[in-house]
Write a protein that binds this ligand. Structure first.
Ligand SMILES: C=C(O[C@@H]1C=C(C(=O)O)C=C[C@H]1O)C(=O)O
Length: 402
């Protein structure tokens, strides 16, 4: 039997994030790298064996790690948990090994780190079969929006989120590590992440949307985020004006969250908002919900809410079932992990799961970018197309900047 690598063994040597990432890629080990909103610390975890589950796993008893889950809960893509065998923080620049991490693999990884200092950057993982992308043009996207508006006006549903993917070839000088850093500086308020899993693929994103978080103070949080407009020229939210369409659209997400609390018979929450918030080049409306789990005895609230919330009406629609069916029938492509959720579980800072938005999937020579927009009975197909264009813009700029 393999020896464990020692109780939370500290390796006092210092490494850069670039080295840690290069070693994981070269050794084909799964890695997740993330930066929480408004923080400077970048964290990473390396996992020597990913676990896949057909359904959303329980959060509370989970070891520390990183969860990466698809949009469709019972579809072709697995829910993936990367147990943190090795953790890295950009503040200490040191590695920490989990007590039960297999020693032989830990040692191989450390050797890989030394080689990563002067080696060529390794290729990131790409999926076994290339994703079917939509590459919808303005005309076909707007036709799908018009159809959605008709269905909503006929009262078959209230809201549906329609999305598309758009691919762009990778610039010659592209580097995964630099792309992560560019995303982190373009989106200071977002959860910025890079997930590279052999056999699954490589995703880079900057999410403005918490799905479920439970921090060290046992504070549960979720948000209702919807409604989009370009950021005002002076970069301030003070003079933002919202139309009835966005107010109603965000109100639906809010009502949906309240209905989930109601299902769990939870009454002790605080609700603040909606307020205008900034995400890159855009503004959204956001209402914050909090539950203090030190005062409310609900130890499984994180998992229970996660299972009820996902996919929320911010990325799917309302009611959930007809909206999901409409998406599957008319979007014309597989969202896979776009508008799924991801984030650290039971890390030192707690559990922080975000909706996988403003993200791209990296293939060998191209990036596939994803964006969607909430459609209601008041939607204008042309405006919704432009909304997806705006959402893609910051990511396109990051790629063009190499
Ligand atoms: C679907 C996306 O975003 C979601 C939809 C929004 C909207 O319709 O206004 C706003 C924020 C997100 O909840 C996306 O960014 O791809």
């Amino acid at each position: 039997m393999e020896q464990a690598a020692g109780m939370g063994e500290e390796n006092t040597q210092h490494y850069t994030l670039e080295q840690v990432l290069s070693a994981a890629l070269a050794l084909q080990q799964a890695i997740a790298v993330w930066r929480l909103p408004l923080q400077t610390e970048v964290q990473a975890c390396i996992s020597f064996g990913m676990q896949t589950t057909p359904a959303i796993p329980d959060l509370e008893p989970s070891p520390a790690g990183f969860l990466f889950c698809p949009f469709v809960t019972e579809g072709a893509h697995s829910h993936i948990f990367l147990k943190a065998d090795i953790s890295y923080s950009s503040l200490s620049k040191q590695l920490r090994t989990a007590p039960d991490a297999p020693a032989a693999q830990v040692n191989l990884f450390k050797e890989g780190l030394t080689r990563a200092e002067n080696g060529q950057p390794a290729q990131w993982p790409v999926p076994a079969s290339p994703p079917r992308h939509s590459d919808r043009n303005e005309e076909t996207f707007e036709a799908a929006v018009s159809l959605a508006v008709d269905v909503i006006r006929a009262e078959a549903m209230e809201k549906v989120v329609l999305s598309r993917s758009s691919s762009s070839s990778l610039p010659e000088a592209f580097s995964l590590h630099k792309a992560f850093e560019k995303m982190a500086s373009a989106y200071p308020n977002a959860f910025v992440s890079l997930v590279a899993i052999p056999g699954v693929g490589t995703w880079l994103g900057a999410s403005p949307e918490i799905l479920v978080s439970v921090d060290q103070q046992q504070l549960f949080k979720t948000v209702a985020l919807a409604g989009t407009q370009p950021l005002c020229e002076n970069g301030s939210t003070a003079n933002a004006i919202w139309r009835q369409k966005e107010i109603e659209e965000q109100g639906m997400v809010e009502r949906y969250i309240l209905s989930c609390f109601k299902k769990l018979r939870l009454r002790e929450y605080t609700e603040v908002g909606p307020r205008t918030v900034i995400a890159g080049n855009l503004m959204h409306l956001r209402t914050d919900f909090k539950v203090d789990l030190k005062e409310v005895d609900f130890p499984t609230l994180g998992t229970d809410m996660l299972r009820l919330l996902h996919p929320t009406s911010a990325v799917c629609g309302l009611p959930k079932e007809p909206a999901l069916r409409f998406i599957q029938d008319h979007e014309g492509y597989d969202r896979s992990y776009y508008s799924g959720f991801l984030g650290p579980v039971n890390s030192e800072a707690g559990t922080h799961l975000f909706v996988n938005l403003r993200c791209m999937q990296l293939l060998q020579n191209e990036a596939v970018l994803y964006a969607g927009a909430g459609i209601t009975g008041e939607s204008s197909p042309e405006k919704e197309w432009h909304e997806t264009q705006h959402k893609l813009q910051t990511m396109f700029k990051i790629l063009a900047d190499f």
